[in-house]
Design a protein around this ligand. Structure first.
Ligand code: NAD
Ligand code: UD2
Length: 310
């Protein structure tokens, strides 16, 4: 472990703020760069003197250069995290999701910082491999600006690895869930939306027949992997899926939520979202080869933690 601060871009968001907590608990000091577009200062323990929050944009190259001075490693999470938002605003999304990555790479090269973790997405596969466990060699067909920017970012990180000695650990997250995932946007993670609405007894909207499946990963399991990647003596090239090779249908998810709340509010059925993937499940052999994940959190346990009942 290095004494130098870790820079976490997007550190005030859902995943970022959990990582910040874990880094502080392990004794790191942390600098967060976040434009607070979806992240919140309230997600962060701002009273901790080892934590510094810099409010600003990863698309601002001068700022990224400045904020990196003295850092030992970078975790690059800042992005417009909603696929639908990228469809509505491809240009704005590209600034955050691609130019931001390029700025991070350039600033790292200038400062001689090598280790960087990057949050890519299962979205890079498009519909390929649907219905099977998707491995990392599955053809990539990014279907949205969000997915195209993530895949382009992966390629640039790999260029900086080959050309400038960066050590990028690239992760393709499947569906991450947990506390602090913002339920307020209709495009936020389905678990945060369903649990909040169940708690408030508000109607739940189910798009499609509910038999679509996802590979849900509890936030603590992801953080465990990210910490190992940060501290690993070396990083092998090639992106790594972060999924558990587990399928859960939305109908089964609703049953789990119902059990926790003693019933469900009204469930309104609407047509499937255009472009919605039917089945998404990770082949996670590479994850298991490279990282230790003793006993992944079960959905029942994850939901209990999310609701503060664990
Ligand atoms: P989030 O919206 O909670 O976090 C993103 C953070 O980035 C926010 O704090 C936001 O304010 C910040 N941000 C956005 N644009 C910025 C910019 N231009 N400059 C500085 N900060 C900016 O979402 P999250 O779920 O925590 O996602 C974190 C990362 O993981 C993102 O890169 C996302 O694409 C990726 N990811 C998440 C999931 C998931 O299931 N949650 C799945 C695949 C990939
Ligand atoms: C997730 C990620 C996305 C990308 C993608 C990769 C989130 C928020 N999105 O998209 O960034 O990485 O995976 O494949 O993590 N649904 C409902 N009702 C609701 C909300 C959602 O039925 O109120 C459905 C939705 O139509 C979909 C499923 O729930 O079938 C999961 O939706 P999601 O938005 O949580 O995640 P996903 O898989 O579309």
């Amino acid at each position: 472990m290095s004494d130098l601060p870790v820079l976490v871009t997007g550190g005030a968001g859902f995943i970022g703020s959990h990582l910040v907590d874990a880094l502080l608990a392990r004794g790191y000091s942390v600098r967060v760069l976040d434009n607070l577009s979806s992240g919140k200062p309230g997600n962060l323990p701002l009273g901790d003197p080892r934590l510094e929050l810099v409010e600003g944009d990863v698309a601002d190259v001068g700022l990224v250069r400045g904020v990196m001075v003295g850092c030992g490693a970078v975790v690059h999470l800042a992005a417009v995290a909603s696929v639908q938002a990228s469809v509505i605003d491809p240009v704005g999304t590209h600034r955050s999701n691609f130019i931001g990555t390029l700025n991070v790479c350039e600033a790292m090269r200038e400062h001689g910082i090598r280790r960087v973790l990057f949050a890519s997405s299962a979205a890079v596969y498009g519909n390929n491999g649907e219905g099977e466990a998707i491995d990392e060699d599955t053809p990539k067909t990014p279907l949205t600006p969000y997915a195209a920017d993530k895949l382009a970012s992966e390629h640039y990180l790999d260029f900086y690895r080959r050309q400038h000695g960066l050590e990028p650990a690239i992760f393709r997250f499947f569906n991450i869930y947990g506390p602090r995932q913002d339920p307020s946007s209709p495009y936020s993670g389905v678990i945060s939306i369903f649990t909040e609405r169940a708690a408030k007894r508000l109607p739940i909207t189910l798009f499609g027949d509910g038999e679509q499946t996802r590979d849900f990963v509890y936030i603590a399991d992801l953080i465990e992997v990210l910490l190992q990647a940060l501290e690993a003596p070396q990083v092998l090239p090639g992106a790594v899926n972060v999924g558990l090779n587990r399928s859960l249908s939305l109908n089964r998810l609703l049953e789990e939520i119902s059990a926790l709340f003693g019933g469900l509010p009204e469930v309104r059925r609407e047509a499937a979202r255009p472009g919605d993937i039917r089945h998404s499940r990770a082949d996670n052999r590479r994850l298991m080869e490279r990282y230790r994940l003793a006993e992944p959190t079960s959905m029942a346990a994850g939901l209990a933690c999310l609701l503060g009942r664990a």
